[in-house]
Design a protein around this ligand. Sequence first.
Ligand code: 0TF
Length: 259
Amino acid sequence: MALLTPEDLEDLLNKLNMNNNIIKEATGMDIAQMCEAVYGTTPSSQKVGIVPITSGNGIIGNFSASLLAITEYFGLEGFITEHPDITGYHQAVAGGADIILMADDHIFIAHNLRNGKIATNHVCTGVIYSEIASRYKHTDSKDVLVIGLGRVGYAGASHLVEKGFNVYACDPNTDFMNKAIEELGVKAYDVDKPRKFSMVFEATPNANTISEGMIAERCLVSTPGIPCALPDELVEKYDIDLVMEPLVIGVAAMLYSVF
Ligand SMILES: NCCC[C@@H](N)C(=O)NCCCC[C@H](N)C(=O)O
């Protein structure tokens, strides 16, 4: 899994507003409405405690500040603890946090101390980005292409199967591919039999994973992936709605999933 860098988090709220406008135009819903539709919840007056974590590669510059900005964007009160790790966790609880946000290099969680609900960023990111892809209003197809079947891609493919979409998937890792076929019933996308999709959910840490044979003239590509899955020439040649944002949309889904 590629770790975020401070550069990925620059200009976060402008990127959010740009993506929110694309999502609204492409699906008829904004991010908050999409999260409410998926989780059936709305924010109330929850207080969010953000705890920096020093393990592994350590604290990522402006990661906690980004989480605070996201919390406030969705109308919640938030605070970053003065200390990291266990001391910070104690400060969050003592400071009256209802929801704790914290991440090491492997798992990023939202934990609601009041109702016990807990969510991970990789599952919520897979769910919300695949949901965005599946709500593309400029198609009547039920076919969705999922590129990448790691933790995020698998969660998105599972969500789409549960919603009754025809999920075609591809991943160079045959173990990931076989697991998704056996457990979810996804169909393997056959590069030798190109099929053009109007809805694509991509979740890989690689660039340019989407090729011309995969996409319809007009399509929605939804991806948390860094770097961009779409080659520049395809963006110029086709009418593609690209939803691509590295943190906010997934965190919004985490918060809504534990309200
Ligand atoms: N969609 C977002 C995925 C984030 C994830 N790829 C990551 O970078 N995780 C590492 C976060 C480490 C945070 C650090 N421990 C801190 O607290 O600053």
